[in-house]
Design a protein around this ligand. Structure first.
Ligand code: HEC
Length: 153
């Protein structure tokens, strides 16, 4: 009977002791994890600015410009039948004789290199002129990469 009593009274004490030991162990493990250091060497990743701009330009041209300037960009009739035809944007058209600056100026000012004003009602240059510089550069890179096609309209 005495032995049993001892066992019962010992048990809570032993439990508390075990819990304390476990907590101490956890906090030691935790602080060891916090103070652990890792030697990770990051490889330098080259981001191809030209290619990224070209890919962005291709996307913009094919999603936006092709709607009016034709699927192959050689010119087309905009969806609005009242609009004038949208000219050839491949190097076979007037852009073939242009520079990147000419295109950027046309999209930012609405005035083409030959001094013609683009009507923002038909050619939404006011919207395109707000593209970031890298996007305009991408438009130019992509348009220049197209085959020089004959104008279709
Ligand atoms: C909603 C139809 C539409 C969209 C979209 C459009 N264009 Fe045009 N674009 C036109 C029309 C129409 C003209 C001809 C306007 C005129 O003669 O006044 C034109 C003319 C131009 C010209 C002048 C070309 C020249 O030979 O004078 C350039 C450059 C041009 N667009 C570039 C673009 C680019 C780049 C995009 C895409 C970012 C684009 N356009 C999207 C309708 C559009």
């Amino acid at each position: 009977m005495r032995k049993l009593l001892i066992r019962i009274t010992m048990t809570p004490g032993a439990l508390v002791g075990l819990l304390l030991l476990a907590a101490l162990d956890l906090s030691l493990a935790g602080s060891a994890r916090l103070s652990r250091t890792h030697d990770v060497r990051a490889e330098a990743v080259a981001i191809p600015a030209g290619e990224a701009a070209l890919a962005r330009g291709a996307h913009l041209v094919n999603v936006i410009c092709a709607t009016c300037h034709g699927a192959n960009l050689a010119g087309g009739q905009p969806p609005d039948p009242a609009a004038p035809p949208a000219p050839n944007l491949t190097p076979g058209g007037s852009l073939g004789a242009c520079t990147e600056d000419d295109l950027v100026a046309a999209l930012r000012s609405g005035v083409t290199p030959i001094g013609r004003e683009l009507n923002p009602e038909w050619m939404p240059w006011e919207f395109f002129g707000q593209f970031a510089g890298a996007e305009l550069a991408g438009l130019w890179l992509y348009l220049q990469s197209l085959p020089a096609l004959e104008a279709v309209v």
